[in-house]
Write a protein that binds this ligand. Structure first.
Ligand code: CA
Length: 226
């Protein structure tokens, strides 16, 4: 497992490199945004930890550039200050998870492993289908009525989890845990916001809504005719 650590505080870089290597990861490091982006574009990593405040290009722009370049390596963003940036923005630009400094190594490793598991299970590739909606976890594509839909990584994960549980209502807490990760500072409003985004892309342009609100429960995806 090869990890790229992009971080400008040298003591944190050293600490992460040593600790992650002790956990059995191969670790490359970059101490500014441009170098980090260059390395992520030219090498293949299983996951990236990305600081936000970096010399040169900041972590947000590194993440954005990588996603624009169709690089889907899981990204764990690290930030120093609570509330400095809107976490929803980070997810919008394609980060997979978010961790605030100071973080415990145990939590960091757990979150990384969770990202790696998600990455490798989707690597096996499977096709989920509900009515005329088809999601391919290998190619990360979503089609409805033969038309390709463009989803952000977070929207994709949310839809993927709903489709895995077709017909079964999922609570906001369940969605938060599975799509955003257990330790994500739990504001369930973000689930509503993202359900809205996904509906706009997956349901609004089509006749038959598939994502349903289950009163007092949460959400489910179901073919109404099924
Ligand atoms: Ca920094």
């Amino acid at each position: 497992m090869r990890i790229l650590v992009v971080e400008d505080e040298l003591n944190i870089v050293e600490y992460l490199k040593m600790s992650l290597e002790a956990e059995g990861f191969h670790v490359d490091t970059a101490t500014d945004g441009n170098t980090g982006l260059e390395m992520a574009l030219t090498n293949s990593y299983d996951a990236i930890t990305l600081d936000i405040m970096l010399p040169g290009m900041n972590g947000y722009n590194v993440c954005k550039h990588l996603r624009e370049a169709q690089i889907s390596t899981p990204i764990l963003m690290l930030t120093a200050k609570d509330g400095e940036y809107d976490e929803a923005d980070a997810f919008d630009i394609g980060a997979d998870d978010f961790l605030r400094k100071p973080f415990s190594l145990v939590v960091l490793v757990a979150r990384l492993r969770s990202l790696l598991r998600r990455g490798s299970s989707s690597g096996q590739g499977s096709v989920l289908q509900v009515a005329d909606l088809v999601l391919n976890t290998s190619t990360k594509t979503v089609m409805r009525s033969g038309q390709e839909l463009s989803l952000t990584p977070r929207e994709f994960s949310l839809l993927e989890y709903l489709m895995h549980n077709e017909g079964k209502p999922l609570s906001k807490t369940q969605l938060l845990e599975h799509v955003w990760g257990l330790d994500f500072a739990a504001d369930e409003n973000i689930v509503e916001v993202y359900i809205g985004y996904v509906r706009k892309k997956v349901d609004s342009p089509f006749d038959q809504p598939l994502i349903h609100t289950v009163r007092g429960m949460g959400y489910k995806i179901q073919d109404a005719k099924g």
